[in-house]
Design a binder for this molecule. Structure first.
Ligand SMILES: Nc1nc2c(ncn2[C@@H]2O[C@H](COP(=O)(O)OP(=O)(O)OP(=O)(O)O)[C@@H](O)[C@H]2O)c(=O)[nH]1
Ligand SMILES: [Mg+2]
Length: 211
């Protein structure tokens, strides 16, 4: 970032997310990930929780990451290079019961291997659908991330679909739960990709992480 590009440092997240973003790789095996040369920020969560939609919303693009009404749309680790500085990684969802057993096994292995063993991974945003809250599969992923000491933060999605009272209760119970998870960031973020809510705070967190 050059000083003439930015007169005010608080504009940095907005500047960063307006940079060119390109799809670089879709990896269905851990052996073919891009070289670990740049920081990575990953979006994980149950199938259909809104990972790809949130990535598109953050980037202000409609269809960079593929979105679908049917769960199981994202089937690879998709790497998007932003501003030649860092990768945003759109992950396949977990907990998608309708896929074949063979596919579930391959995806689960891919997700686990990536989340536990990737050196440049700066933070995992673990998305939770605000209508449904925490599920057993989310708890299992959190325990894995705690064990591997990978920093993660909960992001509630689809806030447009819930009442303020429900959201307040959910945030209170989540915040209490997070205290028991050593690698978790203590406070969840609230977002709606459709209403473009909560995007600026999330961009700011990411900009701070990738420098
Ligand atoms: N109301 C509402 N719907 C949303 C929001 N974000 C995503 N959706 C919808 O949720 C569905 C799933 O969105 P995706 O972004 O494909 O979810 P995903 O987590 O990437 O799904 P997989 O790739 O299958 O794991 C789509 O029908 C989206 O339109 C939101 O903020 N509000
Ligand atoms: Mg997806």
């Amino acid at each position: 970032m050059s000083s003439e590009k930015l007169s005010n440092i608080s504009d940095y997240p907005r500047w960063l997310f307006a940079q060119e973003c390109t799809f670089v790789a879709g990896a269905d095996r851990i052996e073919i990930l891009p070289p670990p040369t740049l920081p990575e920020i990953a979006f994980a969560g149950r199938s259909n929780v809104g990972k790809s939609s949130l990535i598109n919303a953050l980037l202000g693009r409609n269809s960079l990451a593929r979105v679908s009404h049917t769960p199981g749309r994202t089937q690879q680790l998709n790497f998007f290079l932003l501003g030649k500085r860092f990768y945003i990684v759109d992950m396949p969802g977990y907990g998608y019961a309708a896929a074949s057993k063979a596919k579930i096994k391959i995806w689960s292995r891919l997700i686990q291997d990536y989340l536990k063993g990737r050196v440049p991974l700066k933070r995992v945003f673990l998305l939770i659908d605000s209508r449904h809250g925490f599920k057993g599969s989310d708890e299992a992923v959190m325990e894995e991330l705690d064990k591997a000491a990978v920093s993660y933060q909960i992001v509630l999605t689809k806030s447009d679909k819930s009442t303020p009272t429900h959201l307040d209760e959910l945030i209170t119970s989540l915040t209490a739960k997070l205290k028991k998870h050593p690698a978790a960031f203590p406070t969840p973020l609230l977002t709606s990709s459709h209403e473009k809510e909560g995007l600026e705070p999330l961009r700011k967190v990411i900009a701070e992480l990738v420098g």
